[in-house]
Design a protein around this ligand. Structure first.
Ligand code: SRM
Ligand code: SF4
Length: 555
């Protein structure tokens, strides 16, 4: 049996292990299993092209191994200069495209092992990093990407940024290895927060603003919701803990869980509280079985009261009662939004979050011409900030000129829905997602329009497996891959991201997905109350009752 990931971390001397030897002394296109695990902490994933797997095997060839790297961007923010440098890297060392992720990061796929040092040096030069893009540490910290010229959103973004820097691993291994090409033996450094074995599992923190949950913070290990005072500044933070969506088909005790409120705190106590929560997970989280190692299982088994008491003991901060969250309908931040008299932001819809071909050319021209700041949204789209209204019209013209659709012209359902990467790069995909989703969504939207509902958003999401990388089981309709060409259908998630969907049908073939949910959409159109979303209607009627009704009409 191979070494456990806990052993690999413990023996790695703060993420060094044998990465040097695997990177620079081996002619193999892969790295050893130990290095593969360690390099995840550097935001680097060893992958193979699964489309080519069979043909290569038949020809007696090894799999085509390359790396995917994830560039962590706090709150999805990057400058025009950084954007153009990343865009150039997609050609220099990647597969000619890159992807905006559901956690506001950027992934480049298809990088050969020997391209990694160049990549890290280039990113270092533009003050960005892949460090902690993955691994058992704090991941990309999310926050609402919409700017508001010094208002509560910008205040929260600044706090999220500081917190994200504070929580980065302190190891020098990343720069030693990939920038200096150095093997360091004598290590005099500490990981004050994470310790020698880091956390038991990945860890995620997200920020939202009362009323706007575009970041789906209830899916995070720690959710922080900012509440404004009467001047629009941050008055308090509600802290939620223990969210996480991934589970495994057939492993019954694994499940999606939403974060629960611990209470509210003053903004200046945030770091102590977050550190206390992380150290509880570090010290008490499950290190025996990675399937149960996320903090959600710890919070669940202790119960919120015990967990809160331990956070209070470690941080010295006593929680006040949680504030009401009052999130409203899904906010995609797309289209034009004036922020002050001179400036605003324009949200561009990026199909599948994949920036490629015409999209890349259009964005190169736009970014070079207008020099905006850019923000990746939690729905894999892009905001351009710092434009005048007339410039935003010019941007839309350029966008159209490359055959792309401005968000303002798109049906709301297409704008708010998303799919995960899945095949061909994701090693965990059981079924397709990104590549088949546009056709599925078009069908849903056609029915939605036929029912007279085209002005209403319907949140539809698809993932290639139950890891839920685009938070499908929080959607109003979630298609979750269960095997080749098959999906479980989930319905009834809250459009505000506050309720999980329930399983409606199992192992439905791709071609039958939309026909299976069509009766539900039709009954919703007939029965729902004014202003009631599809997800809320499903929750009111109950999934079992819908299953029975469907059984009656189909038998
Ligand atoms: Fe994810 C693993 C892609 C957001 C839950 N996720 C993966 C890997 C790295 C597959 C792997 O381990 O080999 C996928 C890489 C695919 C590829 O080829 O690019 C992958 N996850 C993604 C992204 C790119 C989806 C997207 O289409 O945008 C998102 C990148 C996030 C980022 O920028 O940091 C992404 N993943 C999520 C989310 C949503 C979120 O964080 O808001 C979740 C659900 C929330 C949660 O964590 O519970 C999520 N990904 C997982 C899991 C299940 C974790 C669990 O606790 O069970 C895995 C598998 C694992 O960790 O073992 C996973
Ligand atoms: Fe891969 Fe599954 Fe995540 Fe989709 S949900 S990217 S298939 S791990």
């Amino acid at each position: 049996m191979g070494k456990s990931i806990e052993d690999i971390k413990a023996e790695s001397h703060h993420l060094r292990g044998h990465v040097y030897e695997d990177m620079f002394e081996s002619g193999d296109s892969r790295v050893s299993e130990d290095s593969r695990q360690i390099m995840k902490f550097f935001g680097m994933y060893l992958q193979e092209d699964r489309d080519e797997r069979h043909a290569r095997k038949v020809q007696g060839l090894d799999p085509n191994f390359t790396f995917m790297v994830r560039i962590a961007l706090f709150g999805g923010r990057l400058t025009a200069h950084q954007y153009l440098a990343i865009d150039a890297l997609a050609d220099e060392i990647g597969a000619g495209h890159f992807r905006l992720t559901s956690r506001q990061a950027i992934q480049i796929h298809g990088i050969a092992k020997d391209g990694l040092p160049h990549l890290v040096s280039r990113l270092q030069a533009i003050d960005t990093t892949t460090l902690a893009g993955c691994g058992d540490v704090e991941r990309n910290v999310m926050c609402c990407p919409a700017p508001d010229a010094g208002g509560i959103r910008d205040q929260v973004a600044a706090i999220a940024d500081r917190l994200a820097c504070h929580l980065k691993p302190k190891t020098g291994a990343y720069l030693e290895l990939f920038v200096n090409g150095q093997k360091v033996h004598d290590i005099q450094e500490e990981e004050p927060l994470y310790g020698e074995t880091y956390l038991p599992r990945k860890f995620k923190t997200g920020f939202a603003i009362a009323g706007d949950n575009c970041t789906d913070v209830l899916s995070d290990d720690i959710g922080v919701v900012a509440h404004p005072d009467k001047h629009g500044n941050i008055a308090r933070f509600t802290i939620l803990a223990g969210g996480g969506l991934g589970h495994s088909h057939g492993v019954s005790k694994t499940r999606a869980i939403l974060a629960k409120p611990l209470g509210s705190i003053r903004p200046d106590r945030l770091v102590e509280v977050v550190e206390a929560i992380i150290t509880i997970q570090r010290d008490q989280g499950n290190r025996e079985d990675r399937r149960f190692a996320r903090m959600k299982y710890l919070v669940d088994s202790w119960g919120v009261d015990l967990f809160r008491a331990e956070v209070e003991r470690r941080s010295g901060v006593i929680f006040e009662p949680a504030e009401a969250l009052n999130f409203s309908a899904p906010t995609d931040h797309l289209g034009w939004h004036a922020v002050n008299e001179d400036q605003g932001y324009l949200g561009l819809f990026i199909p599948g979050g994949r920036v490629q071909k015409q999209g890349r050319l259009a964005l190169q021209e736009i970014v070079k011409t207008f020099n905006p700041d850019l923000r990746v949204t939690a729905q894999q789209n892009l905001l351009l900030w710092g434009l005048s209204e007339s410039a935003s019209r010019e941007v839309n013209e350029i966008w159209r000129g490359y055959g792309l659709k401005p968000a303002e012209t798109m049906p709301p359902t297409l704008r708010v829905s998303m799919a995960c990467v899945a095949l061909p790069t994701c090693g965990l995909a059981l079924a397709e997602a990104e590549r088949v989703f546009p056709a599925v969504l078009e069908q849903v939207d056609r029915i939605w329009t036929k029912l007279g509902l085209s002005a209403e958003p319907l949140v539809v999401r698809m993932t290639g497996c139950p890891n839920n990388c685009v938070r499908s089981e929080m959607a109003e309709i979630g298609f979750v891959g269960s095997g080749p060409g098959k999906y479980h259908i989930y319905v009834g998630g809250g459009p505000q991201g506050t309720r999980l969907a329930a399983k409606f049908r199992e192992r439905v073939p791709l071609a039958a997905l939309v026909p299976t949910i069509e009766p539900l959409l039709t009954w919703y159109a007939q029965d729902h109350q004014r202003g009631q979303s599809f997800g809320d209607w499903v929750a009111q009627v109950g999934v079992e009752s819908l299953q029975e009704r469907l059984q009656e009409v189909t038998s």
